[in-house]
Design a protein around this ligand. Structure first.
Ligand code: SF4
Length: 251
């Protein structure tokens, strides 16, 4: 336990991730988001998420690594409709990581909150501790009817019953970009070379993804936008997604 505590303490030191090559982060501009959910569908297709069907949906067994939450601002008749895409915040002080009895969810050296499927024993403790409610449990082993199984992404594991899952920032694409950089004899991935499925599909370019260790990356510049805020920042989870509030927002 002492060792674990010491390990956690080093994550909290300012600049801990700067010694590593990458520190992936994202910004989502709510002024650009129209709530179209193209990002949701792209995530579903890229990461082999099952369509659970109406019955299971009503039983709250839906699996979505990215959801677009809808809420209202103001009082009728001066009421405004708002959207906020919600996905794993890849917190640098992730509350989901410490309670896992088998360390199936852990922080990798790129600052990603990762999930090891074949280590997960399905206690669902991590989901209880996640304040963003972005972890999803496989209550069943889902099947894709022929010929839909042919659309499965071969770079992504198809999860089985009893396994917890969540957004990975499309880690398979990060891996691929790193391999390309290595093949080209480059030490680092270029800014914009990694594009998660949600970022790629957004028609209004509301999402920006990149390396926070690179001060010249687009995401680093967007991070400094005065409209930026982090969801539930007061919990000190150090989320890595910065939301840019709507320009006409009162809150
Ligand atoms: S695709 Fe872009 S505009 Fe559409 S819901 Fe997602 S973030 Fe918003």
């Amino acid at each position: 336990m002492g060792k674990m505590r010491d390990k956690l303490k080093q994550y909290l030191k300012p600049g801990y991730y700067e010694k590593y090559d990458y520190h992936w982060g994202m910004t989502i501009d709510l002024d650009r988001c129209t709530g179209c959910e193209a990002c949701v569908v792209a995530c579903q297709a890229e990461n082999n998420l099952p369509i659970v069907g109406e019955k299971r949906f009503k039983e709250r067994r839906e699996i979505k690594w990215l959801r677009v939450e809808r809420y209202w601002e103001g009082e009728y008749p001066n009421i405004k409709l708002r959207f906020i895409p919600m996905l794993c915040q890849h917190c640098d002080q992730a509350p989901c990581e410490t309670p896992c009895p088998v360390a199936a969810t852990y922080h990798n050296q790129d600052g990603l909150n990762t999930q090891i499927y074949n280590r997960c024993i399905g206690t669902r403790t991590c989901a209880v501790y996640c304040p963003y409610e972005v972890r999803y449990f496989n209550w069943f082993t889902y099947k894709w009817d022929e010929p839909l199984e042919q659309q499965l992404n071969p770079d992504v594991t198809v999860r089985e019953k009893g396994v917890m899952e969540k957004c990975t920032f499309c880690i398979q694409r990060i891996r691929q970009a790193k391999d390309h950089a290595k093949d080209d004899g480059r030490r680092r991935v270029r800014d914009g070379e990694v594009t998660p499925a949600c970022v790629q599909s957004c028609p209004t370019k509301a999402m920006v993804f990149g390396d926070l260790n690179d001060p010249n990356s687009r995401v680093s510049k967007m991070y400094k936008n005065p409209r930026g805020y982090k969801v539930l920042e007061e919990l000190n989870t150090l989320p890595k997604i910065v939301y840019l509030k709507k320009a006409d927002s009162d809150v």
